[in-house]
Design a protein around this ligand. Structure first.
Ligand SMILES: [Zn+2]
Length: 139
């Protein structure tokens, strides 16, 4: 699978994550899933900023009400839920132990932005506790 992220959306994620520093920023990504020559391509069309309910530099949580509201907005806009993003203010863009423990949307993308230096990686949650890296194209 490949995730396509437009550079303006990448910039939106970076500025959101910088604003929230030193705590982790988080949000939801939505767009369209296409089959392109037998390959699944997911293109991000909307970024939804969320509040980090934990207000922490090492973990995040999106509130249930906020998440539900955004999921229904995604439906109303005829988009597909693609996954989530969050920042790592102090560590790499690899999933942390906490991410492995908490993430529960199997098959969805988890974008992680490391802030020092700026680096973004996309991960697919293959099964609870296990991520694999996903190809990410910023266009
Ligand atoms: Zn994390």
């Amino acid at each position: 699978m490949t995730l396509i992220l437009h550079s303006k959306d990448f910039e939106t994620i970076v500025s959101h994550c910088k604003e929230e520093e030193p705590i982790e920023a988080c949000g939801i990504i939505a767009g369209q899933i296409r089959n392109c020559d037998g390959k699944i391509v997911k293109e991000v069309h909307r970024i939804y900023r969320c509040k980090n309910k934990l207000h922490s530099p090492i973990e995040y949580k999106i509130g249930a009400e906020e998440q539900l509201r955004i999921f229904s907005e995604i439906n109303d806009n005829c988009l597909d839920l693609l996954g989530f993003y969050h920042s790592h203010p102090n560590t790499s863009s690899n999933p942390s132990k906490i991410d492995e423990k908490r993430a529960n949307y199997v098959g969805y993308s988890y974008l992680i932005l490391s802030l020092h230096p700026i680096k973004i990686s996309s991960w697919i949650l293959e099964q609870q506790g296990f991520f694999t890296k996903e190809k990410l194209n910023i266009i």
